[in-house]
Design a protein. Structure first.
Length: 271
């Protein structure tokens, strides 16, 4: 397929080093998408999993190579570490291979809005989360969910069906998980409001979303463990969520355009 061209892309929660990471999907996505700005919004590498023995096939190294290749090609790349790669926060302010490591950043859309870009784990205390990956589930339940997701899609591939996230589907139907997601979204939007910004883009909870919360834009770029999603800024400044389905991008959400427009401001600025 032809390359997809965007002004900005956000990806997070790749969890390289974790066996459920969909590295091959992400490599394919990066090879088919062009952008000027690329934001890695946390949990790129799962150091928690690596400390438990981990899992690092060649495809996980290829993801890092693909990101570095974009930086060498002139794409501006920012890395906002999360809680699973918190060790990288020791290197804030450094540039590694053309990738700038920052605690957070304020992105300016082409139509002039200012969006706070964070991983999202700072919101955990506000929602009393039991764990960063759990979304209101227990450890054992989440592991079981991912196990079921893996085998479900194994059989889908066997019958020539494309990848479909059983895990994401079930999470949305578990009341406790849905309540946690709603509290997290409200906390993230409140932080943008508190700072006088137009919106927030984050990851952390493995649940892609794009909607308005009391006049503030909330965007979550999802993950590459369950849903294989990214958030993108189009040439006109509008945002959309992409789900990568083996060989093609499927737009699953577009930005609500009822938000007040800001005066056009080019570029970006660190927070």
């Amino acid at each position: 397929m032809a390359s997809l061209n965007y002004r900005s892309l956000w990806i997070s929660d790749v969890h390289l080093g974790f066996k459920e990471c969909k590295a091959e999907f992400l490599i394919n996505f990066l090879n088919h998408c062009e952008c000027e700005y690329l934001y890695l919004t946390g949990d790129l590498i799962d150091f928690w999993s690596l400390r438990r023995g981990g899992y690092w096939p060649a495809a996980h190294s290829e993801v890092l190579k693909a990101i570095l290749a974009k930086a060498r090609a002139g794409v501006r790349v920012w890395y906002v570490p999360g809680n699973h790669d918190e060790v990288v926060r020791d290197y804030l302010g450094l540039s590694v291979g053309g990738i700038e490591i920052v605690r957070e950043i304020i992105h300016h859309t082409v139509d002039g809005r200012r969006l706070l870009v964070i991983h999202g784990d700072d919101c955990d205390s506000a929602v009393r989360c039991g764990g960063p990956l759990l979304n209101g589930l227990g450890d054992w339940a989440y592991d079981l969910l991912l196990f079921a997701n893996r085998w479900y899609n194994h059989w889908r591939r066997h019958w020539n069906h494309s990848y479909w996230s059983l895990a994401s589907f079930l999470k949305q139907r578990i009341g406790r998980a849905a309540a946690y997601i709603a509290r997290f979204e409200a906390a993230a939007a409140h932080e943008a409001t508190r700072r006088g910004l137009d919106g927030v883009i984050c990851g952390h909870i493995h649940h892609a979303a794009l909607h308005d919360i009391h006049g503030v834009l909330y965007g979550n770029d999802g993950d590459w463990v369950e849903s294989c999603t990214a958030l993108a800024e189009c040439a006109d400044g509008s945002l959309e969520i992409l789900r990568w389905n083996a060989q093609q991008a499927v737009i699953i959400a577009r930005e609500p355009r009822g938000l007040p427009e800001a005066a056009p401001t080019p570029g970006w600025a660190t927070g």
